[in-house]
Design a protein. Structure first.
Length: 471
């Protein structure tokens, strides 16, 4: 614990939705919901206007539509959000060499390590400068919390929302925490919170009064002891610039349950390829291959296989995932599939035994899994724990499409387009062979709406425009 509030926590305000509003003048001040739009999609982010209707992240999209039927519902543009995140992280890096990103829109910063703050006044000044720089650079707002520990700094940034700064003086932590719900503490989720409630503990002060021994009895040695320290406001975790990845994984949720075994095998192989792509991009290899299957009844199974050495070979991962699938009963239907690699290393140890096993498995499966055309899935998950990417429904609904069948161009709501005559715009919606586009730019007035055939040769996917720098 520090004597000065030199740990900063930045949390961008409704990041995905705010970025969409900033890039689309017609949506400013209106409810916007970003997430998977299929029947099983979930909310990634809701604008503050949408939150007034009760919409929040991780909520099923169907429920969000019932609460806010007139909101704009958009598919995420992750490459766009990443580009903004890189700008924000660069600004944080100017403050200190110790920046610990938690996600695209959230990070801790050790101001003391950067020499920019050593007391409350200098910490507050650094926080205000950061907020101003973020607004000038990205056109978006962020909320800042300052405290003597990471836990309290994060609580402070939550209190600062939206577009504010809250500084909590070291020494006041216990007074601040005492009346709050136990859910405010890290590691206390719905299950732990309910367990504590049944034991008569609903506030942080209740935890302190119960004592360490009682919490250990209820929650176990590690969790109980750490929770008792946090309830007293004690958190000595340092800001860590490099956070080692423990695993790399991808998963897809399907609009319609998959029943065909060949199609399921194909989807697992496709996920394995995507997983290896991310694995290589992170500079890692891994030893343990993990398959996740959520069945029609919401039961979720995980199966894993540990190789004799780490690998980033797509064939090895693909065949290992296929072997794991053979041990899973999918006859009732599958709603979600995932492939992951854990036991990561920063090198690849070629394992001849693993390669041989993969080759043998491939030979045994020859002719079993034919090529199956499919609608490409989104490359990213959505919404934290609920973050499965949502795939197109048509292939799952109709089985295997013909390989020679022309694929109709798909226009995702919110995504960028460019027309040969009308210029830059974004997709408002599409269906029955038509696509509706609003033509506007971040620095323009709200634009006009026009409708085209989905295969109009003058309409093409476009690039995201910068939020600032023009106008």
């Amino acid at each position: 614990m520090r004597a000065a509030p030199t740990i900063l926590h930045l949390d961008m305000d409704a990041f995905f939705a705010a970025a969409e509003q900033a890039s689309k003048p017609s949506l400013r001040g209106k409810p916007v919901v970003v997430g998977g739009l299929g029947p099983r999609g979930v909310v990634a982010t809701a604008s503050y206007e949408a939150r007034r209707f009760g919409v929040h992240s991780a909520m099923p999209m169907g429920q969000a539509r019932r609460l806010a039927p007139n909101a704009a519902y958009l598919v995420p543009r992750f490459s766009f959000y990443r580009s903004i995140s890189e700008q924000v992280m660069e600004l944080l890096g100017r403050l200190s060499p110790l920046v610990e990103p938690l996600s695209l829109d959230e990070a801790f910063v050790d101001l003391e390590a950067g020499g920019v703050a050593d007391d409350s006044a200098s910490a507050r000044a650094a926080g205000e400068r950061l907020r101003a720089d973020i607004l000038v650079t990205t056109g978006l707002t962020g909320s800042v919390g300052l405290a003597g520990s990471k836990m309290i700094a994060k609580i402070a940034s939550e209190e600062a929302k939206p577009d504010g700064l809250v500084l909590i003086e070291p020494g006041t932590e216990r007074e601040l925490l005492a009346p709050r719900s136990v859910r405010i503490l890290p590691g206390v989720g719905p299950a732990t919170g309910e367990h504590l409630r049944r034991a008569g503990m609903t506030t942080v002060s209740d935890l302190v009064e119960a004592g360490e021994d009682e919490l250990v009895r209820l929650l176990g040695r590690a969790h109980g002891a750490s929770l008792y320290l946090m309830a007293q406001g004690y958190d000595d975790r340092p800001v860590v610039a490099e956070r080692d990845a423990k695993s790399v994984s991808v998963e897809d949720t399907f609009d319609v349950d998959l029943h065909d075994r060949v199609r399921i095998r194909f989807e697992v192989e496709r996920l394995a390829e995507r997983c290896v792509g991310r694995l290589r991009a992170s500079g890692h290899s891994g030893r343990t291959i993990v398959l996740k299957v959520r069945r029609f009844d919401f039961s979720t199974l995980t199966r894993s296989e540990t190789l004799r050495g780490p690998t980033d070979d797509p064939g090895v991962v693909r065949e290992a995932a296929g072997r794991l699938l053979e041990a899973v009963d999918t006859t009732g239907g599958v709603r979600l599939l995932g492939v992951g690699v854990s036991g990561l290393a920063d090198y690849t140890q070629e394992d001849l035994f693993a390669q041989a096993e993969a080759a043998e498995a491939a030979e045994g499966a020859a002719g079993t899994a034919g090529a199956v055309a499919t609608v490409p899935a989104s490359e990213e998950g959505v919404g934290g724990d609920a973050g499965a990417a949502v795939t197109g429904a048509s292939a799952a609904a109709s089985g295997e499409p013909e390989a020679h069948e022309p694929v109709e161009r798909r226009w995702a709501p919110g995504h960028d387009v460019r027309h040969a005559v009308y210029g830059a715009g974004w997709v408002q919606g599409s269906g029955v062979g038509r696509v509706t586009v609003r033509f506007e730019e971040p620095w323009s007035e709200p634009g006009r709406v026009r409708t085209f055939a989905v295969d109009d040769p003058e309409l093409e996917p476009g690039e995201a425009l910068p939020l600032v720098g023009r106008g």
